[in-house]
Design a protein around this ligand. Structure first.
Ligand code: PAF
Length: 286
């Protein structure tokens, strides 16, 4: 695997591959890689001849009181994992390479209707930061396709919409969430959990599965949904979580499902100790 830090070096490598008719899959990350990322790389490896990844902790997507400075940075281990996963090129830019004039007044991409709900309501500016860096990375790497985890369901929706709206010629592919054996979705932020919090953390997934089963069993009227959401919020609160939202939405729009919605997604964000955890489960109503 080649490691590069400049836009020019990435463009050079990728344009040679594409000129030779090779397809390129891109897996953008913020580093601190775990098995969830490895699954994204494996999928990239299957789908394309060449795999590019990036590890850039994007300052634009962190709020003023968030964990940008403490976000775990593990470049040597990331490079080993990426090499083992068959990555061809790793882009490790510094902030100046991505935001030559600084990120504070840099051009931003807003995706109305999607960036201010759910996580966006609790992390103002977060999704504009994500969309803005992903657009830059797509423009720099110019891949045929890009792979993102479904664990960040809202992020995936924002990126899909941005790509459609801006007519960016990149195929966006979602990959299933990777879970620990007790159901907890893998995340870099799981490291913030103390042992007793780590034991409680799978309850988020348990509540998602509980509601998914109820919806599938036919308890999916507007009143049923409101009741399930309230019960899950109360159960998680009793377990010691500070629940930001627990909500059943249309998987397509991320807004409240209508009676004819067939594809639903149940999403949760909750804090426990120093960790803010998110997860979701998709439900298909027959
Ligand atoms: O999901 C992430 O790791 C980040 O939000 C992303 C997509 C790499 C943008 O910084």
């Amino acid at each position: 695997m080649e490691r590069v830090g400049t836009v020019a070096a990435v463009r050079r490598a990728v344009s040679e591959w594409r000129a030779a008719g090779q397809t390129v899959a891109f897996v953008p990350t913020m580093g601190n890689l775990h098995d969830g990322h490895v699954a994204l790389l494996r999928l990239a490896r299957k789908k394309a001849k060449r795999v590019v990844s990036s590890t850039f902790v994007n300052p634009m997507q962190f709020g003023p009181n968030e964990d940008f400075n403490h976000y775990p940075r593990t470049p040597s281990r990331d490079s080993e994992l990426l090499t083992a996963a068959g990555c061809d090129l790793l882009f490790e830019p510094d902030a100046k390479e991505i935001y030559p004039l600084g990120h504070l007044n840099a051009t931003r991409i807003d995706v109305p209707g999607l960036t201010d709900i759910l996580c966006g309501a609790f992390r103002p500016g977060h999704f504009a930061g994500v969309a803005s860096v992903v657009a830059r990375l797509f423009n720099i790497v110019q891949p045929n396709m890009a792979i993102f985890g479904e664990k960040d369901f809202q992020q995936l929706a924002v990126i899909r919409r941005m790509v459609t709206d801006l007519q960016i010629p990149v195929q966006v592919i979602g990959a299933p969430t990777v879970r620990a054996s007790d159901g907890l979705a893998l995340s870099s932020r799981n490291q913030y959990l103390l042992p007793e919090e780590r034991e409680l953390a799978p309850r988020l997934y348990q509540q998602l599965v509980r509601v998914a089963e109820l919806l599938k069993s036919g308890e999916n009227s507007r009143e049923d949904i409101a009741r399930h959401e309230a019960e899950s919020r109360a159960a998680l609160k009793a377990d010691g979580f500070n629940v930001e939202y627990f909500s059943v939405r249309s998987a397509e729009t991320l807004h409240a499902p209508s009676l004819s919605t067939e594809q639903m997604v149940i999403l949760v964000a909750a804090r426990i100790g120093k960790a803010r955890l998110i997860d979701n489960v998709q439900v298909e109503l027959a």
